[in-house]
Design a protein around this ligand. Structure first.
Ligand code: PLP
Length: 411
């Protein structure tokens, strides 16, 4: 009867606690800038038109059913997903050096990567950016993979600490894994430029790093899926002769499939010098990933996978999806400008240009923890304690209220 007595209660997840407090807040003017989920101009979740059309097609198909998928997931999803991130003309795909498997969204892909690293790259350190998505460390540490950080955000200049980043690559133990945000960095909204990616990835090749790209926001940085795959595709090219690359891909944000848990893990095998040929390696890797999936979820969820696969394999729906991405990213960009301009009008102390210079869903506002607390308490404006604001939560109706609230707390 005493077996469970020593279990300590942990504090709740900070992000989901915001959601809870917000739901309990009776004020009508409350604003949710917490969770990274797209909202339309009425502050409502948005079902993408491409998704609605895909659902109609799926449900009108007489053969639709709820059978289990295979362990590696829906082939139409995994092959389409690989093309989205690697490009139709990818030499890695043409050379059959890509192993793809479906996962429980981006988190599940990271979890499979963590298990794989723990098993086949034992003792390797995994480096994450400082700061990074809070769950990264939890996911890898839960599988026994030790983590370290690399400098990323220079708070004083609100820009990339490229020198610190490269130094960390150069001083890391050989064979370390670097987790790189493919685009729309969470939480800072700050991405390396193409020239900076060149330097970062060249340093990675030179120092025997294994890159792990986390691609949770493809399309959100620029509105273009191709532009937002720049870093991944450059990495795949640069590492073709040297080391494997992990890609953890989520369709939560860019297809709005949040709760359906649709994602993929791709592992790119380098060209081989040894007498073990690529197909032997890809088969072995695929079998090991399947073993991980089988023991943990048996097989991945089917519904979201069928929707995304339909979008990726039907030209009309793909085109609609690309338009939907533009709709989402443009609305967010517009709100960035609107917030910055209103802060300027109010002559709010400080420089707010970073709000428009950052990309993706988030802005790392630079607001301090006490300011964030006051925003919530006095004004009903909710954001993460680090000062990260989900710009998708802004709209024409609430942006003025948010600007005035920020103006008040920084003075
Ligand atoms: N990676 C980053 C950087 C994220 O911000 C998120 C979600 O917020 C994820 C991965 C995983 O998201 P999901 O598991 O919903 O696909």
């Amino acid at each position: 009867r005493t077996i469970l007595n020593n279990i300590q209660e942990l504090p709740g997840d900070a992000l989901f606690a915001i959601k809870q407090r917000l739901a309990e807040d009776p004020r009508s003017a409350k604003v949710d800038l917490g969770i990274g989920a797209y909202r339309d101009e009425d502050g409502k979740p948005w079902v993408l038109p491409a998704v609605r059309k895909a659902e109609t097609l799926i449900h009108s198909d007489a053969s639709f059913n709820h059978e289990y998928l295979g362990i590696a997931g829906l082939p139409a999803l995994t092959s389409g997903a690989a093309k989205v991130i690697l490009g139709d003309d990818s030499s890695a795909l043409a050379e059959k050096r890509v192993v793809s498997a479906q996962s429980l969204s981006g988190t599940g892909a990271l979890h499979i990567a963590a298990k794989f690293i723990q098993k086949f790259l034992p003792g390797k350190l995994l480096y994450v950016s400082d700061p990074t998505w809070a769950n990264h460390v939890s996911i890898f540490e839960s599988q026994g993979v030790k983590t370290a950080t690399y400098p990323y955000w220079d708070a004083a200049t609100k820009s990339l600490d490229l020198e610190g980043f490269i130094k960390a690559i150069e001083s890391s133990p050989r064979g370390s894994v670097f987790l790189l945000h493919a685009c729309a960095h969470n939480p800072t909204g700050l991405d390396p430029t193409e020239a900076q990616w060149e330097k970062i990835l060249s340093a990675c090749v030179k120092n025997d790093i294994i890159p792990l790209f986390d691609s949770a926001y493809q399309g959100f940085a620029s509105g273009s899926l191709t532009n937002d795959a720049f870093a991944v595709r450059l990495g795949v090219k640069k590492f073709a002769e040297s080391a494997p690359i992990f890609i953890c891909q989520s369709f939560a944000k860019n297809v709005g499939m949040y709760g359906e848990r649709c994602g993929c893990i791709h592992l790119i095998v380098p060209r081989q010098e040894s007498n073990v040929n690529v197909s032997t390696i890809t088969k072995a890797v695929a079998s090991q990933i399947s073993k991980i999936t089988r023991s943990e979820v048996s097989n991945p969820p089917a519904y979201g996978a069928k929707i995304v696969a339909k979008i990726l394999n039907n030209a009309e729906l793909t085109e609609q999806w690309h338009k939907d991405m533009v709709t989402m990213s443009q609305r967010i960009t517009k709100m960035r400008h609107s917030l910055r301009d209103k802060l300027l009008e109010l002559q709010t102390p400080g420089n707010w240009d970073h709000i428009v210079n950052q990309c993706g869903m988030f802005s790392y506002t630079g607001l301090t923890k006490p300011m964030v607390e006051r925003l919530e308490k006095e004004h009903g404006v909710y954001m993460v304690a680090s000062g990260r604001a989900s710009i998708a939560g802004l709209n024409e109706k609430n942006v003025e209220h948010v600007a005035k609230a920020i103006n008040e707390v920084v003075r």
